[in-house]
Design a binder for this molecule. Structure first.
Ligand SMILES: NC(=O)c1ccc[n+]([C@@H]2O[C@H](COP(=O)([O-])OP(=O)(O)OC[C@H]3O[C@@H](n4cnc5c(N)ncnc54)[C@H](OP(=O)(O)O)[C@@H]3O)[C@@H](O)[C@H]2O)c1
Length: 253
């Protein structure tokens, strides 16, 4: 049995609360929320506290609050030499206060309160300062996920940057495709099978093997006609930058 407390009442905290509460081998002791009404997950109300100074003793304290306040909140705990982790992909382990043992419990997924999600297939990245804590965090993560990794702070940073390319940038490109469709009175629905196939393909092929299109083929005539078509300067810059990059990459093969 592993005992945990969660600090936070946002998107990730919401999903951690629901998952820990439902698990027979995890005891969710307490949840700290500045504003108790922000907790909409199913939980015994007696477990919710707004008193950061009187948290009960548990195996792991999980800070799941906005990145900028992790350091400040971790320094406010009244206890010492306990295992305190944060959940951020982009924040160093070193921001956590020195008075407790430090760790990371970073689930690599996008969470929103209003979208249900199972932790089963979510990769959880673990980091700790010693082997015992790494084992405890790994055990906790493995209770809820089949996909648990020990990664260093530098690797976590790299993963976070890679995730920005794989998720945020790709989604922004969908936005451009959406606008191009709208401007030309075409339903975005028509592109959805292509979007699905693009994501599915890289599960089985490397991104390099999966790449197709005019830049990969070096079809400069077609590229020029696409550039002439684009009247939106922002879209033209993105098109030219990515096309140039794909052309250069293809030449190196
Ligand atoms: N959401 C994701 O997709 C995701 C994925 C992986 C990792 N993470 C990490 O999880 C952490 C939380 O992210 P989130 O998306 O759940 O955030 P969020 O939904 O924006 O919620 C932020 C939470 O931080 C609390 N908070 C802010 N400042 C505080 C302070 N000074 N003292 C105490 N509590 C404070 C807020 O409390 P109030 O409600 O009172 O304002 C709220 O509970 C971040 O480190 C983030 O990098 C998030």
């Amino acid at each position: 049995m592993i005992t945990v407390s969660i600090i936070g009442s946002g998107n990730l905290a919401h999903h951690l609360i629901q998952t820990f509460e439902a698990h027979k081998n995890i005891v969710l002791q307490e949840v700290f929320a500045r504003n108790k009404t922000n907790i909409i997950a199913k939980i015994d109300k007696a477990k919710i506290t707004s008193d950061l100074n009187n948290l009960k003793e548990v195996d792991v304290y999980i800070i799941a609050i906005s990145d900028d306040y992790i350091a400040d909140v971790s320094s406010q705990f009244s206890f010492e030499n306990k295992l305190v982790v944060h959940t951020s992909g982009g924040v160093s382990i070193s921001v956590l206060s020195d008075k407790n043992r430090k760790g990371i419990f970073y689930p690599l997924q996008s969470f929103s309160k209003n979208k249900n999600i199972s932790f089963e297939n979510i990769p959880i990245c673990i980091e700790a300062e010693n082997e015992t804590d790494a084992k405890l965090l790994t055990a906790l993560a493995q209770l809820i996920s089949k996909s648990v990794y020990q990664v260093s702070s530098l690797q976590r940073k790299a993963l976070h940057v890679a995730a920005v390319f794989a998720n945020n940038f790709v989604n922004y490109l969908y936005q451009q495709a959406y606008e191009i469709c709208q401007d030309n009175e075409i339903s975005f629905e028509i592109l959805k099978p292509l979007i699905q196939e693009t994501a599915q393909k890289v599960i089985h092929l490397t991104p390099e093997e999966a790449q197709t299109g005019p830049a990969k083929r070096g079809n400069t005539k077609l590229i020029k006609s696409h550039e002439d078509f684009l009247s939106n300067t922002k879209q033209l810059i993105i098109y030219k930058t990515l096309t140039q990059s794909i052309l250069e990459h293809a030449k190196k093969l």
